[in-house]
Each structure stands twice: as structure tokens, then as C-alpha cells.
Design a protein around this ligand. Structure first.
Ligand code: AMP
Length: 434
């Protein structure tokens, strides 16, 4: 497939050609016709899939049919909301390059810089505003921006905006927009919060989902420890005392992660929790403490952990399995990066058998099932799926899945990474930098 079958005007095609884009990426091929037909759109696509062009190209085509230049708008006609200023700048840069033969005026509106130049740009008139929600709200309150003419709204990385606590600001922005508009929502994942937002602010959106790349590195060892629910905490403490690596622990709920963090602290571990009820400041501090070693165990919920950028994390422990198998991939994607060895441990009780089966289906990698002495569950896990009947565990180890297409292990980077991992392991908790 190439771009000229998608219904874009020559002015845009020329710009794409100059960018060196020869064919649309999957998200572009799926999204462009839907947006051009005027539908609202919910697209599941991560950074790196070409999602910016997937919304920017049809947005430009709808605002400037056939690439026709328009008199400069007095008020902006399109609004693109992004979670961060970096992304806002990047999106504006893309819009600028795709629209270079149309001549479109755009402005970025984000915090951390003076309001003055933004006010001036808005006063002079812009067609497209790319903004972060908080600063845009400031402008709305000062009446330095008027969103009454917005025809198209894009929520880019909607899940990240929610993670960053922008929901109230987003709702206020959304409520200020004309009802007659087209709304495009791009998100790596669709949590219940995102779905609620969509049902409140979108009109029968069409949905597209671009398959997520399986981001679990082949250098990660997966291990399941069957355990009774009530013994999970003690098993976690046992594992953390044996392996002193910096560890990210996943819990399903905010309350659960708070409770667990307190229990870990009581046992003398340096732990911090990171979840949606924590302020941005608290989250930033917890992450910084974890990165610099002041905290050894970071207890996180899935939502809060998304986007956490932690290099070379040696160990991730799932205290609870995620409700959605894809989240396992997200969680484990934090270890085994850049060729380093990683360890992914899941504490699985009987109530989670179904979730483990889903994960096995999704994952193309071996998961070893290992009982830990002293923590054996009262009944073994049944892993052969509904109808398959219980399969008793024989011996200490049982493989949850045969390795289908196991990647070759080991490369030049491993040695260094392993050394780093051993260094972490070697240090007792108390002697870590504080
Ligand atoms: P994004 O997911 O929007 O951040 O895009 C990721 C990268 O892919 C950016 O550097 C884009 O310039 C590039 N890109 C987007 N669409 C295409 C395409 N159809 N062909 C080649 N590169 C592309």
C-alpha cells in the first residue's frame, strides 16, 4: 500500500515524499481513512508506530481539503493535547513538516516557560494549537485562548496524560470545546478511566488496535512461584532478603501497594509506593529515590508504572498478576533492557491460575514453575486450561510452556550487564547508598 490510495491531497503527499516516507505504517493505514470519513477514533498505538502522522495527516486534510490555503484563523481550529512539553514540541514539528506546502500556523502551549510569547502567538492567530493540559487551562482562565472554533481535538498518549494527573484539567478543557467536533484519542492502553473519558466525550468512536510489539526481552528469565494467597507477603520478604537487587514490585491496587509498602518498611526494607493517588511530586521523588538507591523496593500499580524510565532493572516481582495479560509484558519490559539479564518473578495463588494461563498464551517464552521451600501452596496450580483438568506438579520444577522460538541468549553486552547485576546482588541492603 502507498499513501496516495488513502485520500490525502498532493500537497501532503509531496511533504511525505520529502520526508522519505514511502508507505504508511499499520496505524496510519488504519486511522487515516477513518478520520477522513469524519468519525471519532480511538486508536491503540504506542510511540514509534507512526501515530503522530496517523492523526496529523488526516487532520490537515480535513482542515485544508485538497491542500487549499485558508485565511489565517482568528481562533484555533484544531487542538492537540499531549502529556509533556517534549511531546508537544515534537508533534508541532511533525505538523509543521507535513503542512509545509499548505502553510499552516501552529503554536505550542506548555508550562515551564513564560506565558508572554504564547499569549502573543495566540493573539496573532493560529490554526492549530499543540498543548499540555495544565498550561492550556491557565490560558483559558486568563481568557488568552478561545477554543470556541475547535473542529478537531486530538488526545495524544491519553493514558500518559491520566497517569500524570491531568484528568481534571482535561475534563475542563473538553467541556469548553464545541460539541460539534471530531475527537481522536490515541493511547498505548485502554484502561477503564480512558474508556470512561471516551464515553463521556466522544461520539460512537471507531476503534483500531495496532498489535503491541512483544517487548519482553529474550534475556529475561520468567519464574512463577506458586504460593497460598496469605503467604505471599512472607514469600516476598524472603525473596527480597535473598536477592538484594533493586526490585520493582507490582500490585494490582493502590490500597494493596500502600499496605505492602508499609509492611516492607516494617520489616526493615527501604520501600516506596508509586500509584495514582500519589501526587506528581511524590511519584517523582519515589522514582528518584529508587534510581539513586535510597529506596530498594518500589511498589507500583500498572498505571503508575507506565512510562517509568528505569535503566537496567535487574528484577521485577509480580506480587499480584495483572488482570490483563498485556500488562505482564509492560511490567516485565522494565527488566532485561539493552541485552542485560533480567529476572521476572510472579507470586501466583490458585485464584490467579486463569490469569497465568492468559499470560502463557501471550508470551512466547518459557516460564518455570518453582516451589520455594517452606512456601509450597496447599494445592498445586492447574495450568492446563479449562477442560484440561488439573495437572499435578511433579517434582520441584514444571515448565509452563515449551520454548517455541527461543531467541539465542547471550551476546557481548551480557557480560557487562551481568556484572552490574552481580554488583547489585552483592550489596546487602544496609550498605546501599542512602
Ligand atoms: P511516532 O510514532 O509518531 O512518534 O513516529 C515514529 C517515527 O516514525 C518518527 O520519526 C516518524 O517520523 C517516523 N515515521 C512515521 N511514519 C512513517 C512512515 N510512514 N514511513 C517512515 N517513517 C515514518
Amino acid at each position: 500500500m502507498n499513501f496516495d490510495t488513502l485520500g490525502l491531497s498532493p500537497a501532503l503527499l509531496r511533504a511525505l515524499d520529502e520526508q522519505g516516507y514511502t508507505e504508511p505504517t499499520p496505524v496510519q493505514a488504519a486511522a487515516i481513512p477513518v478520520v477522513l470519513a469524519g468519525h471519532d477514533l480511538m486508536a491503540g498505538a504506542q510511540t514509534g508506530t507512526g501515530k503522530t502522522a496517523a492523526f496529523a495527516l488526516p487532520l490537515l486534510e480535513r482542515l485544508y481539503p485538497e491542500g487549499k490555503r485558508m485565511p489565517l484563523a482568528r481562533r484555533p481550529r484544531a487542538l492537540i493535547l499531549t502529556p509533556t512539553r517534549e511531546l508537544a514540541a515534537q508533534v508541532q514539528e511533525s505538523v509543521r513538516s507535513y503542512s509545509k506546502h499548505i502553510g499552516v500556523k501552529s503554536a505550542t502551549i506548555f508550562g515551564g516557560v513564560g506565558m508572554g510569547p504564547q499569549i502573543d502567538a495566540l493573539r496573532r492567530g493560529v490554526d492549530i494549537v499543540v498543548a499540555t493540559p495544565g498550561r492550556l487551562l491557565d490560558h483559558m482562565q486568563r481568557r488568552t485562548v478561545d477554543l470556541a472554533d475547535i473542529e478537531i481535538l486530538v488526545l495524544d498518549e491519553a493514558d500518559r496524560m491520566l497517569d500524570m494527573g491531568f484528568l481534571p484539567a482535561m475534563k475542563r478543557v473538553l467541556s469548553a470545546l464545541p460539541n460539534q467536533r471530531q475527537t481522536l484519542l490515541f493511547s498505548a492502553t485502554f484502561s477503564t478511566e480512558i474508556k470512561a473519558l471516551a464515553s463521556q466525550f466522544m461520539r460512537s468512536p471507531q476503534e483500531i488496535q495496532i498489535a503491541k510489539p512483544n517487548s519482553v526481552a529474550s534475556t529475561v528469565t520468567h519464574r512463577v512461584h506458586p504460593v497460598n494467597m496469605e503467604a505471599k507477603r512472607d514469600l516476598l520478604l524472603h525473596l527480597l532478603s535473598v536477592d538484594g537487587s533493586q526490585t520493582l514490585v507490582f500490585c494490582r491496587t493502590k490500597h494493596g501497594s500502600d499496605k505492602l509498602t508499609k509492611q516492607l518498611e516494617k520489616s526493615g526494607l527501604r520501600a516506596a509506593a508509586i500509584h495514582g493517588n500519589k501526587s506528581q511530586n511524590q511519584r517523582t521523588r519515589a522514582l528518584a529515590d529508587f534510581k539513586n538507591g535510597r529506596v530498594n523496593v518500589l511498589v507500583a500499580t500498572d498505571i503508575a508504572a507506565r512510562g517509568l524510565d528505569i535503566d537496567q532493572l535487574p528484577m521485577v516481582i509480580n506480587f499480584d498478576l495483572p488482570m490483563v495479560a498485556e500488562d505482564y509484558v509492560h511490567r516485565i519490559g522494565r527488566t532485561g533492557r539493552a541485552g542485560a539479564e533480567g529476572l521476572a518473578i510472579s507470586l501466583v495463588c490458585r485464584a490467579e491460575e486463569g490469569l497465568l494461563r492468559d499470560i502463557r498464551k501471550l508470551l512466547n517464552q518459557e516460564i518455570a514453575i518453582e516451589n520455594v521451600a517452606g512456601f509450597e501452596p496447599s494445592q498445586p496450580l492447574r495450568l492446563d486450561g479449562p477442560g484440561g483438568g488439573a495437572k499435578p506438579q511433579s517434582g520441584r520444577q514444571q515448565h509452563a510452556r515449551r520454548p517455541h522460538a527461543q531467541q539465542p541468549r547471550g551476546n557481548g553486552d551480557h557480560a557487562a550487564a551481568n556484572k552490574k547485576r552481580r554488583q547489585w546482588r552483592g550489596k546487602p541492603m544496609a550498605s546501599r547508598p542512602s
